[in-house]
Design a protein around this ligand. Structure first.
Ligand SMILES: [Zn+2]
Length: 252
């Protein structure tokens, strides 16, 4: 089955979510920091698979800070309360600080991934959002970002490369090219996450319907397991709910 997923940040108002059950998604990824007993109900009713995204270290938290894993565990515990099928880890770009200055970043991240793997119950899958660059083309991937996908992958059940192609200034064809690359490198299920508007918010949105649909088609080409659309609240903001529905339909 192709995974037709939507990332939902849950920062909107109640009426922003009334159309969610009619868009043809069979999977949702929800934000751990916004989820609560009320808003989870709508998703539980849909009988879809649910992933919860945990922002591991926050805006400027350092993975090498000894306090970081404790804080991450609190977030994971919160996510587990809602009985998700999966937990998705997100680590933001972090500038050097006193904790990580002489450390190997990829070793720090591998160590955390290993601890998370051991901590999360076996019936809950874990995935991570991957920076979509190739080691050969971008050596900072491992040294600065710490994402050695080949080594990280062994702790995870699935990977979602953040293929916001316009944001990283790549052609649409890069989406499939990268999925294939990452699959060959890691042998894990790959579900690319793609954009529905231009980001960051300061940009005027010039992502056309045609380009969005082409990107969605690229995203589900084998060996991809499906597509994740980022983000429901962007679709609401730009009146693109119908487009989001169409993007999910191209994969059927
Ligand atoms: Zn640091």
């Amino acid at each position: 089955m192709i995974i037709n997923s939507v990332f939902v940040a849950l920062w909107g108002r109640g009426e922003d979510y009334k159309d969610l059950d009619e868009i043809g998604a069979n999977h949702f990824i929800l934000s751990e920091s916004r989820i609560n007993r009320e808003n989870i109900k709508q998703f539980n009713k849909l009988k879809c698979k649910i992933g919860i995204c945990v922002d591991c270290f926050g805006e400027d938290g350092c993975p090498a800070n000894p306090a970081s894993f404790g804080k991450l565990r609190v977030k994971i515990d919160n996510a587990l309360k809602y009985k998700p099928n999966e937990i998705w880890l997100l680590a933001k770009v972090h500038k050097e600080c006193k904790f990580c200055i002489k450390k190997s970043r990829f070793k720090v991240l591998l160590n955390i991934a290993n601890k998370v793997r051991k901590y999360v119950p076996k019936n809950v899958e874990i995935g991570y959002f991957a920076v979509p660059f190739k080691h050969e083309e971008y050596s900072d991937l491992v040294t600065i970002l710490g994402q050695d996908h080949k080594l990280l992958a062994k702790y995870f059940d699935a990977i979602s490369p953040m293929l916001y192609h316009r944001m990283i200034k790549k052609p649409i064809s890069y989406i499939h090219e990268y999925v294939e690359y990452l699959y060959n490198l890691t042998n894990r299920p790959i579900m690319p996450i793609i954009q529905i508007k231009d980001m960051p918010d300061s940009l005027v949105d010039k992502l056309s319907r045609e380009e969005a649909l082409s990107a969605a088609k690229e995203a589900v080409k084998p060996p991809s397991k499906g597509v994740i659309i980022f983000l429901w609240e962007h679709a609401v903001e730009k009146n693109k709910i119908h487009l989001l529905e169409e993007m999910l339909r191209v994969s059927l």
